[in-house]
Design a protein around this ligand. Structure first.
Ligand code: 3SL
Length: 243
């Protein structure tokens, strides 16, 4: 059993105040698609990712950097922002496209969640793609842990809670860890119910339905893959890099 203090899950950006994360280890989860894009981009050789809260912050940074080494990436309501180099499709973040580049990254919920957690002790970025690496990092933690689901515009997103439940399940080696708070118990229960069929239940989620209308199913299929990437993205001093 992992050496945990307390373990909790926050279900959306609106469900907590910044001060509640101070001194804690935070795992930001946005399965569809910001976390999956971040994990993929760093795995494919992106030098760093600068998460921003909005378009204003993104353009301010972009104006002051050399455009050869930086890419402006992100979406609004799932759609690539006009004038940006890339949107938020993890499949676009290939070695050829992002290798050696720093990405300025602006998304509807995921990058805002990272920024809101900036005052915490440690921030990791989790997707199904890298779940075991995240669990190994958490097993070594002595701080309280919060699994922060980015959700969608203040509401919970099923796929984020399912991944939180998967992480809890793995941390407890199949059992609910002793110091789980109510948020963790609910996510654990959701994974107990649906964890055998991750891809098919995610395909039935609200956000998957939204994405299917906009871009089809390719990104959803990609984001449902478990443990295909051995990368531990960590946010520190304004940037996400591999630790
Ligand atoms: O909300 C976000 O940060 C995005 O990941 C949403 S979307 O998948 O690009 O629609």
């Amino acid at each position: 059993m992992a050496n945990l203090k307390t373990l909790d899950v926050f279900y959306s950006l609106n469900s907590f105040q910044e001060e509640e994360l101070r001194y804690k280890t935070v795992v930001m989860i946005d399965v569809l698609r910001a976390s999956s894009s971040i994990v993929t981009a760093l795995h494919n050789g992106a030098k760093a990712i600068i998460p921003v809260a909005d378009m204003g912050e993104a353009s301010k940074i972009a104006q002051n950097v050399d455009s050869e080494n930086y890419l402006l990436c992100g979406e609004k309501d799932g759609i690539k922002i006009e004038g940006y180099d890339l949107g938020n499709s993890p499949i676009e973040f290939s070695k050829e496209t992002v290798g050696g580049k720093t990405l300025i990254f602006n998304t509807t919920n995921g990058t805002k969640a990272v920024k809101k957690a900036a005052g915490s002790q440690n921030i990791y970025i989790a997707a199904f793609l890298n779940v075991s690496v995240i669990v190994d990092a958490l097993k070594a933690q002595k701080k309280d842990i919060v699994l922060l689901c980015a959700g969608w515009k203040g509401r919970l997103a099923f796929e984020d809670v399912l991944l939180a439940g998967n992480i809890i399940h793995l941390l407890g080696e199949g059992e609910l860890p002793e110091d789980s708070r109510d948020g963790a118990k609910v996510a654990y229960g959701l994974f107990e119910k649906y964890g055998d069929d991750i891809a098919s239940v995610i395909h039935q989620s609200n956000h998957a339905a939204r994405l299917k209308e906009l871009i089809g199913t390719e990104d959803i299929d990609y984001c449902c893959q478990v443990d295909i990437i051995d990368a531990l993205p960590r946010y520190k001093e304004g940037m996400i890099t591999l630790s």
